[in-house]
Design a protein around this ligand. Structure first.
Ligand code: GLU
Length: 470
């Protein structure tokens, strides 16, 4: 039998980091074991499910490169099958019609509560057959009355729940539509899911699902319930904490490798190793090594991981992602250095690709203004001489390479008998518009001769204007 895992999101919003981590763990476990990974869209809540969310979830999965082997399946396309299984449960005596109104059920719960008993439906219609005509009914599962259900959870260990605690849960509403616990069971059964990896917010559903599977004579999958992700305030991670959508992390300038690496470590560890390539994750990941306690989201650590990948992945690859941000910031890049060159000089200077794009604009576009502070400090009349001399020397360069440019800056400083900074800083502000840039020789090399000379002229004009005003 092929090991099969699934990711089963409800399309009621974007793919958030919690969902992405669940998907990642399911995917890794399947990959590691040469198994299949199913994507199943649980869209039975027609009011809250949207096509937009389906697209957003798939975009997130694609961006993270978590490819599925089967699907996407849509639960709304499987209603006939759910009906069939409900009929099967009715016919085998494992389900029954219940004619109680919501108010009656509520009253039962109240009564149980008053007596200090477990609040649940009291089984009024469990064995009745005196069905009233023309009255709406729901269908309930006949949960075993005694005995225990044991969840052999791969993360949390054995969890035992007494059947006394469990309700005869509704499996079909009065309009005939199936409920969540029924659809999940039918799907996990039909899709031959061997390992259910999901958030531990579902743990209370698991004993119910195990009972239904048992009543159907289906194999019970292995379960792995993953603890929640908490925000920095210790509360469950949500929108309040800022970015939680996977695609927002792309927009904010993170590499998919960084988010994946961050997520794999958020709830799982292998010694004190922090950096895992995809191949390593697949090789080393195991559900049984997942943490039992919730994990706290830590943006600083994500930034650290992102910086690691910007610096160590092939510049040509990082450049593909940088290209997205350049386009996002309306920077046309065909008229300038290749983006992989930008990655080489900027990767260790920024936290994100968004920032990398922001600070690389001057390589592709002329700026209309100098950074006020930098200009005030470095484009002063005293800088004129250095700029004129360095420009004259640069104009002579035939082999426009960092090494040669470096020599020219040195020679200029020497000739004027000033420190390197007295030449370098005005030149840097002249060609980049600001006081910060990668090493000046590399920056000049990437900018090309024409641009550098033209920008020095603009800086000289700026100084002249300043002199005129003084
Ligand atoms: N559709 C459920 C959710 O989005 C997941 C169900 C499951 O994994 O069993 O939370």
């Amino acid at each position: 039998m092929t090991l099969t895992t699934r990711f089963a999101p409800s399309p009621t919003g974007y793919l958030h980091v919690g969902g992405a981590r669940t998907a990642l763990y399911s995917w890794l476990y399947a990959k590691k074991n040469g198994g299949d990974f199913i994507l199943r869209i649980e869209d039975t809540d027609l009011e809250r499910s949207t096509q937009e969310s389906v697209d957003a979830i798939m975009d997130g999965m694609n961006w993270l490169n978590l490819e599925w082997t089967h699907g996407p399946y849509f639960q709304t396309q499987r209603f006939d099958r759910y009906k069939e299984v409900i009929e099967q449960l009715l016919a085998s005596g494992n389900a029954y019609r219940c004619y109680c109104t919501a108010e009656e059920v509520e009253a039962m719960r109240e009564e149980a509560k008053a007596k200090g008993e477990i609040e649940k439906y009291n089984g009024l219609w469990r064995d009745r057959t005196d069905y009233p005509a023309d009255k709406p009914y729901v269908i309930r599962f006949k949960n075993p009355l005694d005995g225990d259900v044991v969840i052999k959870d791969m993360v949390k260990g054995d969890i035992t729940i007494s059947n006394e605690q469990l309700d005869d849960l509704i499996i079909a509403r009065s309009d005939g539509t199936p409920t969540y616990n029924l659809t999940v069971v039918v799907d996990d059964w039909d899709m031959k899911v061997t390992h259910v990896v999901r958030g531990d917010d579902h743990i209370s559903n698991t004993p119910k699902q195990i009972n239904i599977l048992a009543a159907l004579g289906a194999d019970i999958p292995q379960y792995a319930h993953i603890p929640m992700i908490l925000g920095d305030d210790g509360k469950r991670l949500s929108k309040r904490h800022g970015a939680v959508s996977v695609m927002q992390y792309r927009d904010d300038g993170y590499l998919p490798e960084a988010l994946l690496n961050y997520l794999v470590r958020l709830g799982w560890s292998h010694g004190d190793q922090e950096i895992f390539s995809r191949e390593e994750m697949i090789e080393l990941f195991d559900l049984k090594d997942c943490n039992r306690a919730p994990s706290g989201f830590n943006t600083d650590k994500l930034i650290w991981v992102n910086q690691h990948y910007m610096k160590t992945l092939a510049p040509e690859y990082v450049a593909e992602h940088l290209a997205w941000h350049m386009a996002d910031q309306n920077i046309t890049t065909d008229n300038g250095p290749s983006l992989s060159e930008i990655v080489k000089v900027q990767a260790d200077r920024v936290k994100t690709l968004k920032e990398m794009a922001q600070i690389s604009r001057y390589f592709y576009q002329d700026f209309t203004e100098f950074d006020a502070k930098a200009a005030k400090k470095h484009l002063r009349p005293v800088a004129k001489e250095a700029l004129l001399l360095v420009k004259a020397k640069l104009a002579e360069v035939t082999d426009w390479q960092a090494e040669n440019l470096h020599k020219i800056i040195d020679a200029t400083a020497e000739e004027l008998n000033v420190g390197m900074g007295k030449v370098g800083m005005p030149l840097r502000v002249a060609v980049t518009g600001a006081g910060n840039s990668p090493a000046l020789d590399l920056t000049l090399a990437l900018l090309t001769k024409d641009k550098v000379l033209a920008r020095i002229d603009l800086a000289l004009a700026f100084i002249a204007e300043r002199e005129a005003q003084a």
